[in-house]
Design a protein around this ligand. Sequence first.
Ligand SMILES: Cc1ncc(C[n+]2csc(CCOP(=O)(O)OP(=O)(O)O)c2C)c(N)n1
Length: 183
Amino acid sequence: MNIVEATRVVVDVLPDALIVSSLGTATSAARLATDDGPHFYLGAAMGSALAAALGLAEAVPERQVVALLGDGDFLMGASTLWSVSAWRPANLVVVVLADGAYAITGGQPVAPSLRLAEVADALDGLAGVTADSAGSLRAALTSIDRPGIVEARISERVWPGPSPFVDPAEVVRGVRSNIAAGP
Ligand SMILES: Cc1ncc(C[n+]2csc(CCOP(=O)(O)OP(=O)(O)O)c2C)c(N)n1
């Protein structure tokens, strides 16, 4: 599975979800898979995407929210997991695109092993599961309790687009219009 395939599965299974994507290739993949749809693309602020997604999930409880994160971004903001465990938004699913590398800055290794599903399961009120194929990711997104974390294991490196510049004002306008339009 590569990150474009994984992101397309997310969009296919949860077509009405608001996506919050972290900087790097997660944002490129989300823009590609949604035809630059009105989602919350973080073009910078490494480590903050899960916190942004948690805030959005709380602010818009009637919508499904997907945090689509690079593993580097996730680790930089990992303490937010404890906030997710505390607040337990029933509309938040976290998909970590675990390619084991900081792809956009040259492929430096992230960590020897993430074991995110086990970490999530160890925390109160959080579910964790791993997926290593499009089929298992589809099943995970369909069945995981919320809030839940899916460690999507990425085995094939692809380049979904250039390092994305996203205009924050435009992003906010798009997300507001998405929320106003409803699911
Ligand atoms: C605080 C901070 N440190 C470092 C960077 C540089 N940087 C930008 S993207 C990135 C890699 C992100 O890795 P990951 O989330 O795994 O996404 P990928 O590049 O693999 O898509 C790094 C290190 C940054 N933007 N901010």
